[in-house]
Write a protein that binds this ligand. Structure first.
Ligand SMILES: Nc1ncnc2c1ncn2[C@@H]1O[C@H](COP(=O)(O)OP(=O)(O)OP(=O)(O)O)[C@@H](O)[C@H]1O
Ligand SMILES: [Mg+2]
Length: 291
């Protein structure tokens, strides 16, 4: 068990005693981000990001970097803007009528929000796994083969077969589906469908993987498979994961960003943030006093 996990298991024992622990000092009313929002050589850099749904101001002036080869966990109570923030990264908010995004999201020196950005290749580079699995109405094989085929990533059927198998193995689904690859993806159980969607996302070798509560429908064994996969993928990719599980954030992420009512309240190294939160709201949330 990591130190931060141990701490989460017994929040009151360490947090409340104050032994070896700096008490949070920033009051609840303070809305400016605590912690270092910037990293060296970011993969993604957000500058003054604001998102509106009609008159609702859902994301407030957020500055945040996501590093190369890092897993960034996004945490915070329901409705705080985690999904909205994640969906900005690959312009998924474009599909929501009345949604307006302002500010910059710089990836490879280009602002993702520029009108001239073609969202199809952008979404291949920045793959997404949603909370609710959404397999295509196609066979299991075709769900995974679809992306590599349309992006021309494989030269022949043998290579495509290889990508499909490798992706399904990595997502921890191969053994359960290898005898029925031609059957519909929608015929799998919820947890299997989610692993299929993860296989589909990684089959195109995205640079960034955006995951919105990817394990909420999975049992502990499948969750462990996906968490191990994330740690493995981090060697080559960048991952942003929304999670309601503090334990999961502590297990897999390098940095954690805590959102509250559309504000980025605190960001920092995961171990540091869970052990020594700098903001009262962060402390209240991670110790289970609200959320
Ligand atoms: N399509 C939409 N139209 C209007 N308002 C929306 C829409 N999607 C989200 N919102 C609002 O934006 C705010 C942020 O929502 P968001 O879904 O990003 O929260 P979240 O942190 O992902 O919550 P949860 O943990 O419940 O998934 C909320 O006030 C929500 O009601
Ligand atoms: Mg959400």
């Amino acid at each position: 068990m990591y130190e931060s996990e141990a701490k989460l298991a017994e929040p009151n024992a360490t947090m409340r005693s104050g032994v070896g622990n700096v008490r949070a000092t920033v009051p609840r009313e303070h809305r400016q981000t605590v912690g270092n929002t910037r990293v060296d050589n970011p993969r993604i850099r957000c500058n003054k990001l604001n998102v509106y749904y009609g008159d609702t101001h859902a994301i407030h002036d957020i500055n945040l970097d996501v590093g190369n080869n890092e897993i960034l966990a996004l945490i915070g109570p329901s409705g705080c803007g985690k999904t909205t923030f994640l969906r900005c990264m690959n312009r998924m908010n474009d599909t929501i009528p009345g949604c307006r995004v302002e500010g910059e999201i710089i990836v490879d020196k280009q602002n993702v929000n520029s009108p001239e950005v073609d969202v199809v290749p952008l979404r291949a580079r920045m793959g997404m796994v949603f909370q609710k699995p959404n397999p295509f109405p196609k066979s299991i094989y075709e769900n995974v083969a679809f992306g590599p085929r349309i992006h021309g990533l494989t030269a022949n059927k043998a290579e495509l077969d290889e990508v499909v198998e490798t992706s399904l193995v990595k997502a921890g689904l191969w053994d359960e589906v290898k005898e029925r690859l031609d059957q519909p993806g929608t015929g799998l159980s919820g947890g299997q469908q989610q692993r299929l969607c993860i296989a589909r996302a990684i089959a195109v070798q995205p640079e960034v993987i955006l995951m919105d509560e990817p394990c909420s429908a999975l049992d502990p064994i499948a969750t462990a498979v996906i968490e191990n996969l994330m740690v493995e993928l981090r060697q080559n990719f960048t991952i942003c994961i929304v999670t309601h599980s503090m334990q999961q954030a502590a297990r897999v992420s390098n940095r954690t960003a805590f959102f509250h009512l559309g504000d980025l309240i605190e960001v920092g190294e995961t171990n540091e943030l869970f052990i020594r939160p700098g903001h009262q709201l962060t402390e209240d949330y991670i110790t289970g006093r609200f959320g």
